[in-house]
Design a protein around this ligand. Structure first.
Ligand SMILES: [Fe+2]
Length: 301
C-alpha cells in the first residue's frame, strides 16, 4: 500500500477555545494555539473556526513521491482532480467537501512496550503486588490518532474516492451502511458511513491498554460528567475496547486500545456484518444519541 498512516486532521468547530480545552483535558498536548500532538504521532489535530462542526481536512502519510504520482493518476481516472507537488498532493472528496492532503511522511515509531503481568485462572504472572493499571500516577496521553469516522450522504461515492482513488483497503463492512477502511496495518483508519449530511461522527485516539481507556474516561468525567456518551465496551469490528466522550462542538472522541492489526492482507477476509455485532461485542446498551447525534437534525437543516 502506498499509504501508511493518518497524519493530521483539521476539525472545523464554532467555538475553538472551548473545544481546545476539551482536547487538552483529553490528554493531547497543545504545541501552538489550537494545534495538538499525540505521544507517538506528532501534531495530529488542528481546530479551526467554522459555522458548524465538520471535517475540513484529512491528512494521510505516503512512503515516497512515486506513491503520490500513482495516487494522482488514480484520482484522475476517477474524475477527481489532484494538485500534486514533489512531496504533497491535495484533492477534495467531492461529496463531503473534505480536503485530503497526502504527504510523504515518516512512519510512526511506537516504543517497545512491556507486557503488564496479569492473573488468570491457571496462570499467575503477578505475585504479591497490585496491578500495574491501578498504580499509574500519570494522566493518560493518547499515543496516536487511530481513526476518523466520516458521515456521507453518498456513502458509496465517498468510499470509492478513498479506495479506488487513494488506495485504502476495505477491512470490514456493514452492508449498505458503512465501510471500515485502512491506510495502515490497523484494522481501520477511516470509517465512511451513510448520513443525511457530511459530518464527523467521531475521532479515535489510541491509548496503551484497557486500563488507560478507563483511566482516561474517568478523568474526563470527573471534570464534567455530561461528556459521557458510551463505554466501557468492546467492539466486534476491530476488536478494540472503547469509551466515547462528546466535545463541546458535538464531535465524539474515543479512547481505544487493543485493535486488530492486519499485516498480512492474504490472511484477512473482509466480512459484511449485518447484525448487532456491527456495533459492539459487549458493553452498556447503545445510546440512541450515539447512532444519531443530538445535533444531527440541526446540522441537516
Ligand atoms: Fe471508533
Amino acid at each position: 500500500m502506498a499509504l501508511h498512516r493518518l497524519t493530521t486532521i483539521t476539525l472545523g468547530v464554532p467555538d475553538v477555545a472551548a473545544t481546545a480545552a476539551f482536547y487538552r483535558d483529553f490528554g493531547l498536548v497543545e504545541t501552538e494555539p489550537a494545534t495538538f500532538a499525540t505521544r507517538d504521532g506528532g501534531e495530529q489535530l488542528r481546530l479551526a473556526p467554522a459555522p458548524r462542526r465538520r471535517l475540513l481536512e484529512l491528512g494521510l502519510g505516503a512512503h515516497d513521491a512515486d506513491d503520490l504520482a500513482r495516487i494522482s493518476s488514480a484520482l484522475t481516472r476517477l474524475g477527481s482532480e489532484a494538485v500534486a507537488g514533489p512531496t504533497e498532493l491535495r484533492a477534495v472528496e467531492p461529496v463531503t467537501d473534505t480536503v485530503v492532503r497526502v504527504a510523504v511522511a515518516p512512519p510512526i515509531e511506537a516504543p517497545v512496550a512491556a507486557t503488564p503481568a496479569t492473573n488468570r485462572p491457571g496462570i499467575v504472572e503477578r505475585h504479591n503486588a497490585r496491578a500495574d493499571g491501578i498504580e499509574r500516577p500519570e494522566p493518560v496521553r493518547p499515543r496516536k490518532l487511530g481513526h476518523v469516522v466520516l458521515g456521507s450522504p453518498d456513502q458509496a461515492a465517498t468510499q470509492r474516492f478513498f479506495t479506488e482513488g487513494l488506495g485504502l483497503k476495505v477491512s470490514d463492512e456493514i452492508a449498505g451502511i458503512a465501510a471500515f477502511l485502512r491506510c495502515s496495518t490497523d484494522h481501520h483508519n477511516l470509517l465512511v458511513q451513510d448520513a443525511p449530511v457530511p459530518y464527523v461522527h467521531h475521532t479515535s485516539w489510541q491509548v496503551d491498554d484497557v486500563d488507560d481507556v478507563g483511566r482516561g474516561a474517568k478523568a474526563m468525567l470527573d471534570a464534567d460528567p455530561s461528556r459521557h456518551v458510551w463505554g466501557l465496551g468492546r467492539h466486534y469490528i476491530g476488536s478494540n475496547f472503547f469509551w466515547y466522550l462528546r466535545d463541546p462542538a458535538g464531535n465524539f472522541a474515543e479512547y481505544y486500545a487493543d485493535m486488530d492489526v492486519i499485516d498480512d492482507d492474504d490472511t484477512w477476509a473482509p466480512t459484511a456484518i449485518a447484525d448487532l455485532r456491527a456495533l459492539y461485542a459487549w458493553g452498556p446498551p447503545v445510546p440512541s444519541s450515539f447512532l444519531a447525534p443530538d445535533d444531527l437534525a440541526e446540522l441537516t437543516t
